[in-house]
Design a protein around this ligand. Structure first.
Ligand code: BG6
Ligand code: MG
Length: 219
């Protein structure tokens, strides 16, 4: 029996994945590292500091900067990112998501958030979706970031449900791995060649049909 749906945020509920990309691209340009969409794919679901480390490695600059300089760069990226998300509104909720949240709630199933983003609460408030969530796992206190299962397990614990009775929804391959490791049923939103480890994949959010997900989970 399904006890909870646990959502990723960026790229599933709203297209903030694109804003993360723009913000890293801007920072990358300042330090002479060009980031393209393919490389950006490997940053999805990855925490802020670890994303920066990956970018520096990608540009062969992993030993160029002190920890203090890296902290400053991460703050700079975040400031730019926050300036991009400040103006998001309920219009930026991806198609089908609010409908799905309503169906889940009407069926008395819990709703949780397992995002790596420390800006998650602000984004959900701007989207006016925060009241749908019974529990929001706090990325700031999560030890191991995706692909580790920790944030999904934290969400299940906060909701007081068994991970085996949860559906996790993700747009990142690191996120799908995290869901699978947490023993939840993994649903991917995006391309099959990226999310092939998911138990079920749809190509866009408006194909996330409540009844179909429940049926797939039962099989
Ligand atoms: C994830 C995004 O949801 O959150 C990553 O997919 C991002 O791209 C991570 O780096 C951390 O977000 P924030 O807002 O804490 O920098
Ligand atoms: Mg995501």
């Amino acid at each position: 029996m399904i006890q909870a749906f646990i959502f990723d945020l960026d790229g599933v509920i709203t297209d903030t994945a694109h804003f993360h990309y723009l913000a890293w691209k801007e920072l990358g340009a300042k330090i002479g590292i060009e980031i393209d969409e393919d490389f950006n794919e490997t940053l999805k679901g990855i925490s802020r500091m670890e994303s920066l480390e990956r970018i520096l490695k990608f540009g062969n600059k992993e030993n160029y900067f002190t920890d203090e300089e890296k902290e400053k760069m991460a703050i700079e990226k975040n400031n730019y990112y926050v300036s991009l998300i400040e103006n998001i509104t309920p219009k930026d909720v991806l198609p089908g998501i609010e409908n799905l949240l309503n169906e889940i709630r009407n069926n008395n199933i819990k709703i949780g958030l397992a995002s790596a983003s420390k800006n998650a609460v602000m984004v959900l408030k701007n989207l006016e979706l925060i009241d749908y969530f019974d529990f929001i796992a706090d990325a700031a206190i999560c030890k191991n970031s995706k692909p580790a299962p920790d944030i999904f397990l934290m969400a299940a614990e906060g909701l007081n449900v068994n991970p085996l009775n949860c559906i996790g929804i993700e747009d990142a391959s690191a996120g799908i791995e995290a869901i699978n490791l947490s023993n939840m049923y993994s649903v991917g939103v995006g391309e099959k060649n990226i999310l092939y480890e998911a138990k079920f994949i749809v190509d866009c959010t408006d194909k996330l049909d409540f009844k179909e997900l429940v049926d797939k989970f039962k099989i």
